[in-house]
Design a protein around this ligand. Structure first.
Ligand code: FAD
Length: 314
């Protein structure tokens, strides 16, 4: 076990973790950032980001996180490639357990994100992020103006994504494996009665077409009742079957909701039930899930950590 004690360890290098690092480094806290399995976070899986303020002509997702990383490094942030597997927050300093070692720290910012669930059908992975398959209508809907798209799923998010996409797409197929939506009645009614949305009941995806051309050209589906297969002529596929928040190594002791998202303490977006331990970004936000909102929470968490250290001796 290392005997040195860090001021602040930030777990995750998506927009939340990197923004926290910029603020903590500029506050002279000498932060240590642990990268985890996806350096740069989810944004590295998409090519064009058009809604992050400051980039009037859009910016490549990988480049955006690379810029944030350089900005954090410029003020002295240290980066390590490491996966946190468990924690011990029962005493001070806090303990983070990584592959075979333990890091001691006074404060912790957890910014581990939430991984979108995918269907796993052939072609999906190859055409994910910028090539036609995505998991975010708010992020990518505007790329599909006057085109036909498909949404896969049957819950509230799927209904919401489908309704949002009607602003851009000429037609939205909502593909669901049952013959009624799991979504709340009001969302289900809105989706099923919308003139641009065509319900595709009792159907599951079989494959994403277009791998050879490098862009989605259709979604092959199968009717689970008849076994009949057909291809929806879509250019965009929005997978809306949920996210898995990366909260397992930290819960318990941190409190999570029924879907595994971290619960913030009352009156705060980033404080937790453990003093000096903060959460930021998609790991605790199942509502907005945007780069800018994750960055905003990273900023809040770093300022909270800085104040905690000032009060408790940092
Ligand atoms: C295809 C796609 C397109 C998108 N397009 C846009 C867009 O155009 N505009 C927009 O605003 N948003 C977009 N988003 C959403 C945006 O990417 C997320 O909201 C944002 O990345 C969330 O940032 P985060 O820092 O909370 O988490 P993430 O980006 O998910 O980063 C999580 C980090 O935590 C690390 N980690 C996880 N577990 C551990 C562990 N146990 N130990 C150590 N490290 C760990 C990972 O390695 C990663 O670095 C898109 C998302 C997707 C999937």
């Amino acid at each position: 076990m290392s005997t040195s004690v860090e001021n602040v360890v930030i777990i995750g290098t998506g927009c939340a973790g990197l923004t926290a690092a910029i603020y903590a480094a500029r506050a002279n806290l000498n932060p240590l950032v642990l990268e985890g399995p996806l350096p740069g976070g989810q944004l590295t899986t998409t090519s064009e980001v058009e809604n992050f303020p400051g980039f009037p002509h859009g910016v490549d997702g990988f480049q955006l996180t690379q810029n944030m990383r350089e900005q954090a490094q410029r003020f002295g942030t240290r980066f390590e490639q490491a996966l946190v597997t468990s924690v011990d927050f029962t005493s001070m300093p806090r303990k983070l357990v990584l592959d075979g070692r333990t890091i001691l720290t006074k404060t912790v910012i957890i910014a581990t994100g939430a991984s979108p669930r995918l269907t796993g059908v052939p072609g999906e992975k190859e055409l994910y992020g910028g090539k036609g398959v995505t998991t975010c209508a708010t992020c990518d809907g505007a790329f599909y103006r006057k085109m036909e798209v498909a949404v896969i799923g049957g819950g509230d998010s799927a209904a919401e994504e489908a309704l949002f996409l009607t602003r851009f797409a000429s037609k939205v197929y909502l593909v669901h494996r049952r013959n009624e939506l799991r979504a709340s009645k009001i969302m289900a009614d809105r989706a099923t009665t919308h003139e641009k949305i065509q319900m595709v009941w009792d159907s599951v995806p079989v494959s994403v077409e277009g791998v050879e051309q490098g862009a989605v050209s259709g979604l092959k589906i199968k009717n689970v009742k008849t076994g009949a297969e057909s291809v929806l002529p879509v250019k965009g596929i929005f997978v809306a079957i949920g996210h898995i928040p990366n909260s397992k190594p930290f819960s318990p002791p941190l409190e999570v909701d029924e879907n595994g998202y971290f619960k913030a303490a009352p009156g705060s977006q980033v404080r937790t039930n453990v003093p000096g331990v903060y959460v930021a970004g998609d790991c605790s936000d199942h509502v907005y899930r945007q780069a800018i909102t994750a960055a905003g929470m990273g900023c809040q968490a770093a300022i909270e950590a800085e104040r905690w250290l000032a009060e408790h001796g940092g």
